[in-house]
Design a protein around this ligand. Structure first.
Ligand code: MD3
Ligand code: FE
Length: 217
């Protein structure tokens, strides 16, 4: 169902769904690549294991995270930041797999961001009950670059608000293979993920993986 609010916006084609101005959902865009994407994931997390980060406020996140690419997003008692080194190993983050980079660049181009070249990919692992509270992504240098997200495994309820934290967020399902490009007016919207419902996915079992590609530096 499409809200009449969006009826006067440009038609984007059958594969595109506009979640909100600037937020383009490419449903199933990554689906046929799933096996290759997950093979590469195993390589990345063998080098930089998924781990539960601590927030500046001292809470341990329910989502487990890792990164690949030149920069990685980290959180600890001193704050949030992008760092070229994995604080766990002291070594650079693993290289971004070519098939991941290619997917992110193609998705961004489809949504109108032909210049997008991510230098960071944050990997989020959700197990049943894991959630991500409403937040903005504002640790990146240039908000004119979009963020590209790829959902794999169990479906999740994604919460999408506005740039005002107190506005009640709308709910959207994100399923295996869905790719979303978050740019323009959507870039600084508050967003989060509701606690993951238990289930069984053919490739990922009781897990959801989300990849977010960023131009951070
Ligand atoms: C909208 N991840 O890693 S992906 C995150 O499913 C994050 O793991 C969620 O929020 C997840 O920061 C949501 C969708 C997403 C990612 C980044 C955004 C939506 C966004 C940045 C700005 C606006
Ligand atoms: Fe986010």
């Amino acid at each position: 169902m499409t809200a009449d609010l969006f009826d006067d916006l440009p038609v984007l084609g059958p594969a595109h769904e506009l979640i909100a101005p600037g937020a383009v959902l490419l449903r199933g865009f990554a689906r046929e690549l799933d096996a290759a994407l997950l093979q590469a994931l195993d390589d990345v997390i063998a080098q930089a294991p998924l781990r539960h980060l601590v927030t500046p406020g001292g809470y341990t996140m329910s989502v487990a995270m890792s990164n690949c690419g030149p920069l990685g997003w980290v959180s600890d008692r001193s704050g949030y930041r992008y760092d070229a080194l994995d604080p766990r190993s002291g070594r650079p983050w693993p290289a971004m797999p070519a098939c991941w980079m290619d997917l992110a660049v193609r998705a961004a181009a489809q949504a109108g961001f032909a210049q997008f070249r991510p230098d960071a990919c944050l990997i989020n692992l959700y197990e049943p009950g894991a959630k991500l509270s409403l937040h903005q992504d504002k640790d990146e240098k240039d908000f004119s670059a979009p963020i590209v997200s790829v959902s794999l495994g169990l479906p999740a309820v994604f919460l999408f608000g506005t740039s005002h934290r107190s506005d009640r967020p709308r709910r959207h399902w994100l399923s295996h293979g869905d790719v979303v490009v978050w740019g323009g007016p959507a870039r600084l919207a508050y967003h989060g993920v509701a606690p993951l419902a238990d289930g069984e996915h053919a490739l990922l079992g009781r897990r959801r993986i989300n990849l977010t590609f960023r131009q951070a530096g």
